[in-house]
Design a binder for this molecule. Structure first.
Ligand SMILES: Nc1ncnc2c1ncn2[C@@H]1O[C@H](COP(=O)(O)OP(=O)(O)OP(=O)(O)O)[C@@H](O)[C@H]1O
Ligand SMILES: O=C(O)C1=C[C@@H](O)[C@@H](O)[C@H](O)C1
Ligand SMILES: [Mg+2]
Length: 175
């Protein structure tokens, strides 16, 4: 029985949005994607927000969105890859939910993020170096908030969702 929201955290391309939707269906919970909610609230997409308001403007909107989602129903929430950067967000994640850190190798992150150009932080000459830098900087922050850490390299999104659901059920049975 799930009594708190489940937040998926992890780097861009870890599969938070894809696995989150499948996990929500499996657990029969609503699903929200914080990047999508933020875009809907703003009426603009993430690249536009970065262009016009810079990363600082985006991070303010991201924290507002997280606060709003924390006040909502119990649900599965895919977060943005940088949600853990702000201490206030880390506090909210820990307070309001169970946090699952989705991990993937650098090769997989590269492959999964190379298919589209909607991630402003990766629009650089060397996206691989940028991914390595972001993972090094953020891995300790993801770990700080995580109740569970799940690897997504050698499985399909569906298999990953099943695995996360099993791990959540094991964790709740030992509570
Ligand atoms: N095993 C897997 N687990 C998750 N996603 C996978 C897997 N294999 C391939 N993918 C693909 O990787 C792509 C990126 O995944 P997704 O958009 O869910 O990442 P994300 O963690 O939400 O990234 P962001 O932080 O940028 O929102 C999707 O097209 C998805 O189908
Ligand atoms: O890792 C990040 O900082 C980001 C990840 C995406 O989910 C979006 O939230 C945005 O592109 C920034
Ligand atoms: Mg996503």
């Amino acid at each position: 029985m799930i009594s708190r929201s489940i937040f998926l955290v992890g780097p861009m391309g870890a599969g938070k949005s894809t696995i989150g939707k499948l996990l929500a269906a499996q657990l029969r919970l609503p699903f929200a994607d914080s990047d999508k909610v933020l875009e809907e609230k703003t009426g603009a997409d993430i690249p536009w927000i970065f262009d016009v308001e810079g990363e600082a403007g985006f991070r303010r909107r991201e924290s507002d969105t997280l606060r709003q989602l924390c006040e909502g129903p119990v649900q599965v929430i895919a977060t943005g890859g940088g949600i853990v950067l702000r201490e206030e967000n880390r506090r909210l994640l820990r307070k309001h939910g169970l946090v699952v850190y989705l991990q993937a190798s650098i090769d997989q992150l590269m492959e999964r993020t190379s298919k589209n150009s909607n991630r402003p932080l990766l629009q650089v000459a060397d996206p691989r170096a940028r991914i390595i830098e972001l993972v090094e900087e953020r891995d300790p922050l993801y770990r700080e908030v995580a109740d569970l850490v799940c690897e997504t390299d050698y499985c399909t999104p569906k298999q990953a969702a099943i695995r996360v659901a099993e791990r959540l059920s094991e964790a709740s049975s030992t509570d």
